[in-house]
Unconditional design. Sequence first.
Length: 584
Amino acid sequence: MASVKAFEKQLIRDNVVDEERLNRARTEAQKSGVTLLDALVQMGYATEEALYRSLADFCELQFVTPSKTEIPEEVISQVPARFASHYNFVPIQERNGTLVVAISDPLNAQLLDDIRLVLKRRIDAVVATPDEIERAKKTLYGVGADTMERIISDSEASGTVLNLNAPAAGANLGDDQVDASIIKFVNELIVEAIDSDATDVHIEPFEDTLRVRFRIDGVLHQAPTPPSIRGFHAAIVSRVKIMANLNIAEKRLPQDGKILATLGDGQYDLRVSILSTPHGETVNIRILNRSTMFLTLDQLGFLQEDLSAFNSYLKKPHGMILVTGPTGSGKTTTLYAALAKLNKLEHKIITIEDPIEYQLRGVTQMQVMPQIGFDFSTALRSMLRHDPDIMLVGEIRDYETAEMAIRSSLTGHLVFSTLHTNDAAGAVTRLTDMGVEPFLIASTMIASVAQRLVRRICPHCAEPYTPEPGMAEEMGLTPEQLEGANLLTGRGCDRCRYTGYRGRVAIYEMLPFTNAVRELTVNRATSTEIKRKACAQGMKTLRETGWQRVYKGESTFEEVFRVTAESEMDDIMVEKSHDAPVSV
């Protein structure tokens, strides 16, 4: 207790926190049942790093950042994951026969004695923040490594040694303790994915490894997992199937299911898809956060002029609006935001989706079920008998669906749908390729909107930068346009996992069907000709909208180039007149 009081005085002497705030934090810590340091951080009185640096100085120990320290593999192998997890430490280095470990509680005299006793060797301590230790444990050992080690240790103790090289090992472990550990591991994996803001979890078996990847901000990242995970692949898949209410005995046919999850205050829909491969079943878990799905058009991040244009499309009494782009580009979110704006008592709205992403209050939603013959075209015919004003077709995939959607818009309905094309003008040629007559497209289309998501620069580590030579020219910009631009890049920090990016924002290409565009459509013009005419009339391409994001310091040239394909139309930006900087 005396050392704790002395440390509190040290915090005041180091100007980390004043006495008044320290007293408030002490009261809050006692009330909430947390440590004083946690209370100081939660109340915003001091940063975690400043507190633990002061703690290290008080204990006359070195302060380290494990995530920025190169830790040798032979040092990691000396400490089992379950010990590191139980005693909350990580090994840092070996020095003259002594193992140096990072801890966050050096005032706990018993802790180092326990570590010495368990590892049976000399130990020296350094200090790191709790967040850094937790991050280092996941990086060094992998998510759920202590759980995997415990299963193996328990099986060896019971005389049942698992064959970790066999692809089917762990399929029927027949042990309640092992089953409980697999449940814990799958839960840990999903929690880690949600905490990482991942949109997808990929569990992929190969001949001698099981790879787990998270898609974060549209980019796949390897999730740290222990090597022993390969032996439990079948058990992990079985657990996911049980959670998603799927058939655990079926290992040949694809299966799809859904899991409802709650973590803290957040509610999540987990969409599970399972496919068979030569090395076992591969699993994809799509994570949908209900709190971020229900966005208004204002919250989507439209630039003001784009928002005004999109709102004008929604005021049309009938016609069709298409949102195009690849999977995961936010098309459904945009359409849901549009429906939310139109969802009024005087409007009857019906949707047909595959799958229904979220329940919309006041909207009649239907789920496609191809196994019983209930597809998009069949659903559309049924929808028309229910007198809708507004209709949403999840995706136009074939001629029947396209024709029914277009004929619905001809008969006085406002129809929304999605299409997989590279740009807005490509929607015309895609529908034509399906067999839809060009005059029908011209007479029903209100607008085609292409959409992509670019990663935002992390606001916590953003700094000015000068782009590489040639980048501005590649985007078709003149030196004059770069004047006044707030060009930023992310240096990389803890909050963005050292990627320099955190979150995403949409860029759009909006093609209104003017008389000139309709005429080109009827004459079966190519998408290139349609795009050229639309740009001449003021349409901004995806790269131009991307440049506006770069200009404002929201994203980078590299990110815009990553999500927008090079094509013969990139030179449109050069052809346009750029007498003034892009309006922002």
